[in-house]
Design a protein around this ligand. Structure first.
Ligand SMILES: CC(C)(COP(=O)(O)OP(=O)(O)OC[C@H]1O[C@@H](n2cnc3c(N)ncnc32)[C@H](O)[C@@H]1OP(=O)(O)O)[C@@H](O)C(=O)NCCC(=O)NCCS
Length: 203
């Protein structure tokens, strides 16, 4: 798997567009994001948080927060989607993807702040994750979501994922997508850097 330069995570930042054309930065989470990220999770509606964490929780459990901010550990990566508001950066979404070496698959989960949902940010974030996963050599991307989560199911369907039962949990459904194409539209920086170096990015 590609080795990211963990001392300079900022270089892997992308700008994606909401449906209205507003710029949204997608960047790796850094250690200093811990408080803002936790505030983001606390600020989600009960329903959104339940859907994201697959259970009732008022915030991101401490152990998970620790994992979120340590990008690259255990081949797991977290990004935040941010916008600039009154000169300061605000987290409006997050996503986490983890590489499984044995299957070359990435598992993902994501959320968008309730006040920002329905503006195309989830779709843009998911597309960016696909690019990041492709650059890391993933063959397949998948996620598990509650069967009742219509928004996530519709988002995944629209993004070309197919569906399968989640092993061992009838309340969830697995969305799966084969990653076999070179990203062409607005490729992520991780991809561009790999292409520029003309080096195989898998170590
Ligand atoms: C699922 C989620 C990430 C979607 O993000 P979003 O920014 O609102 O989605 P987008 O605006 O990009 O919508 C993209 C497509 O998803 C579908 N969609 C999004 N919200 C929907 C809703 N409430 N109902 C039905 N379809 C919906 C639509 O097909 C939409 O395309 P369209 O607007 O052109 O029809 C967001 O609802 C969320 O954060 N939910 C809470 C956390 C969660 O459920 N995470 C998933 C766990 S894996």
């Amino acid at each position: 798997m590609q080795h990211l330069n963990l001392d300079d995570l900022g270089q892997y930042s992308d700008v994606v567009l909401s449906r209205s054309g507003a710029a949204v930065t997608v960047r790796f989470v850094e250690l200093h994001d811990a408080d803002a990220l936790q505030a983001y999770f606390r600020g989600l509606s009960v329903r959104s948080r339940y859907n994201r964490l697959m259970g009732a929780a008022s915030e991101l459990p401490a152990g998970q927060l620790d994992k979120f901010i340590h990008v690259g550990e255990a081949d797991s990566f977290s990004v935040v989607a941010t916008i600039s508001r009154d000169g300061s950066e605000t987290i409006v979404g997050e996503a986490r993807y983890a590489f499984d070496e044995a299957t070359s698959r990435f598992e993902l989960g994501l959320s968008v702040a309730d006040s920002m949902q329905g503006q195309g940010i989830g779709a843009a974030l998911l597309s960016n994750l696909e690019c990041r996963a492709a650059a890391l050599g993933a063959d397949q991307l998948f996620g598990d979501t509650l069967r009742s989560n219509e928004a996530m199911l519709a988002l995944a369907r629209k993004a070309g994922f197919t569906f399968a039962p989640t092993p061992g949990d009838w309340k969830q459904v697995r969305f799966v997508k084969q990653i076999d194409t070179v990203p062409t539209a607005n490729p992520c920086v991780v991809w561009r850097l790999a292409a520029q170096s003309l080096q195989p990015i898998l170590a």
